[in-house]
Design a protein around this ligand. Structure first.
Ligand SMILES: Cc1cc2nc3c(=O)[nH]c(=O)nc-3n(C[C@H](O)[C@H](O)[C@H](O)COP(=O)(O)OP(=O)(O)OC[C@H]3O[C@@H](n4cnc5c(N)ncnc54)[C@H](O)[C@@H]3O)c2cc1C
Ligand SMILES: *[C@@H]1O[C@H](CO)[C@@H](O)[C@H](O)[C@H]1NC(C)=O
Ligand SMILES: *[C@@H]1O[C@H](CO)[C@@H](O)[C@H](O)[C@H]1NC(C)=O
Length: 282
């Protein structure tokens, strides 16, 4: 096998950063991102983009710390704004510079990608519930407002983190809500009014904000981030998969650390594929 063909499913912050990381670190590979939605239509675009350590109850704490630290160092090194919308744009251009391809397509079954690809990386977020039949993943609905209020330069957050005002490069994010198990992607006008009044209580000048847009995102919540290898087998065929999904409320905060780990797992699969004796044993 000369060039290893890698498909990454999903174009949120997790899929794009994983694709960029693979194309930077893995020699002799081609990377194709396949997704039914691209920026601005992903959950990652709704995120305020704050680096806040979230906790995944079933992921070991040292692992979470490592992902967060690696992400923090990565973002500090490129001294970039952590705003999710922009991060998405930068990741897409970074991927194209590395020769990566983007395809708009909905995947119903991973086997569609065989034999066109040698390794598949599953970064489908909440899509994994259908795609992988993973019932441990569920939505935590979040509604926010994105408004023009360029005079707001500092973030404000209440003690519980439910109400927040996060200035970004092109708009201020006002939040928020968390509703477990709610799949509704349509904004609720009553909730928007309530968010607005909670935020104005923290920062009264927001009453003057203009161009207020309502956005909804479904956090791909799971007790444990699924970051692992799996060899799918059907008939006599095999398809090596790396899963990287279930980042819940903290995907932006750990995206680079989990992309690095997914890349290590891809390298392990490549090693296996290049060692014919081990393939026949799997
Ligand atoms: C209101 C709100 C605020 C947030 N604030 C923060 C914050 O401040 N800091 C932070 O760290 N996190 C925050 N988050 C969480 C963060 O947004 C998520 O953890 C992160 O976006 C998850 O990224 P992802 O790439 O896994 O998922 P997504 O962005 O949902 O991407 C999944 C991708 O997979 C594609 N896909 C799915 N199924 C299929 C299929 N079958 N075929 C093809 N493509 C498929 C989708 O089209 C999409 O491109 C927030 C979330 C919300 C909702
Ligand atoms: C985002 O979704 C809207 C509404 O479905 C669509 O018109 C637009 O083309 C989408 N954008 C991208 C980049 O896919
Ligand atoms: C994700 O992995 C599961 C196997 O656990 C598979 O059934 C599903 O099709 C995969 N989805 C994608 C998009 O890779």
């Amino acid at each position: 096998m000369d060039t290893v063909r890698i498909a990454v499913i999903g174009a949120g912050v997790i899929g794009l950063s994983t694709a960029v990381c693979i194309s930077q670190l893995v020699p002799r590979c081609s990377v194709t991102v396949i997704s039914d939605q691209f920026t601005p239509n992903t959950t990652s675009n709704v995120a305020a983009g704050m680096l806040i350590p979230h906790t995944y109850p079933d992921t070991p704490v040292p692992t979470q710390k490592q992902w967060f630290t690696e992400t923090f160092r990565h973002l500090s090194a490129i001294a970039e704004s952590a705003e999710a919308a922009d991060a998405g744009v930068h990741l897409v251009s970074g991927l194209k510079e590395c020769g990566g391809l983007l395809l708009t397509r909905r995947i119903e079954d991973l086997w569609e990608l065989q034999p066109s690809f040698d390794i598949v990386v599953n970064c489908s977020g909440l899509g994994s519930r259908q795609l992988v039949g993973d019932s441990m993943i569920s939505p935590v609905r979040g509604q926010v407002l994105q408004a023009q209020a360029p005079w707001v330069k500092h973030f404000i957050r209440d003690g519980s983190g439910l109400t927040y005002v996060y200035p970004g490069t092109s708009y201020v994010t006002l939040g928020g809500t968390r509703h477990k198990g709610d799949w509704n992607l349509s904004p609720d006008a009553e909730l928007s009014r309530e968010i607005f009044s909670r935020c104005c209580a923290l920062e009264p000048s927001l009453r003057r904000a203009s161009n207020i847009k309502e956005e909804v995102g479904l956090r791909p919540s799971r007790p444990e981030v699924r970051l692992q290898k799996e060899m799918l087998a059907r008939g006599g065929q095999r398809l090596p998969v790396v899963h990287n999904y279930g980042h819940g409320s903290g995907g932006v905060s750990v995206h680079w650390g989990s992309a690095l780990e997914a890349t290590r797992l891809v390298m392990e699969w490549i090693h296996t594929l290049r060692t014919p004796a081990t393939v026949s044993k799997l």
